[in-house]
Design a protein around this ligand. Structure first.
Ligand code: IMP
Ligand code: MG
Length: 176
């Protein structure tokens, strides 16, 4: 199995970086009580590890969006699960696995803005800048990566491999 993907970031490197991000968020939000939103399913491991390193009275919530994809062309956005927390006048941090085109998050941010939060920031485990189609400001980034398909630490290939503790580049999708 292993030869069809190649580890690019180890579990230890991931944990060290996630700890740094949690500490940075802790400093940036001193005196505040942010609502941290996990984007399902991909951000689940990142979110669980990150929030353990945020030393603030946070609230957590979950959202799941899906885009109908026609091949690689992403189409209409569908909200499968929305948050239930009242975010009016709250500081919101969206935690996402990867920013690719940026379409998912730009759609979600527009949804959240209707509830008049005090602020909205984005924390993404990975940023594939080359692939950006819509302009979106990512405030916290775990790792910048080139345009290759990755699996592990929440990221899937056809819903599998999310549970790998490390990040890997897919070498031969036909054999996965
Ligand atoms: P976008 O930014 O709206 O294009 O969508 C980002 C979503 O595409 C992520 O939440 C992932 O579900 C998926 N995605 C993009 N690139 C990868 C990848 O390399 N591996 C796994 N999923 C990916
Ligand atoms: Mg996803």
């Amino acid at each position: 199995m292993e030869k069809y993907y190649r580890q690019t970031v180890s579990a230890e490197e991931i944990q060290a970086r996630v700890k740094e991000l949690g500490q940075q968020i802790t400093r940036d939000y001193q005196g505040k009580s942010p609502v941290i939103i996990c984007m399902l399913k991909g951000a689940v491991y990142f979110f669980a590890d990150l929030t353990k390193h945020i030393d603030l009275p946070i609230m957590i919530d979950f959202a799941r969006l899906s885009s109908y994809r026609n091949g690689t062309v992403s189409g209409e956005m569908q909200v499968i699960a929305d948050i239930t927390t009242d975010i009016k006048n709250k500081d919101v941090i969206i935690v996402e696995d990867i920013i690719d085109s940026g379409k998912t998050l730009s759609y979600f941010i527009k949804m959240l803005e209707k509830h008049n939060p005090a602020s909205i920031k984005i924390c993404a485990f990975l940023d594939k800048k080359e692939r950006r189609e819509v302009d979106i400001k990512v405030d916290y980034v775990g790792f910048d990566i080139p345009n290759y398909f990755v699996i592990g630490y929440g990221l899937d290939y056809a819903e599998k491999y999310r549970d790998l503790p490390f990040l890997a580049e897919v070498l031969d999708p036909a054999k996965l």
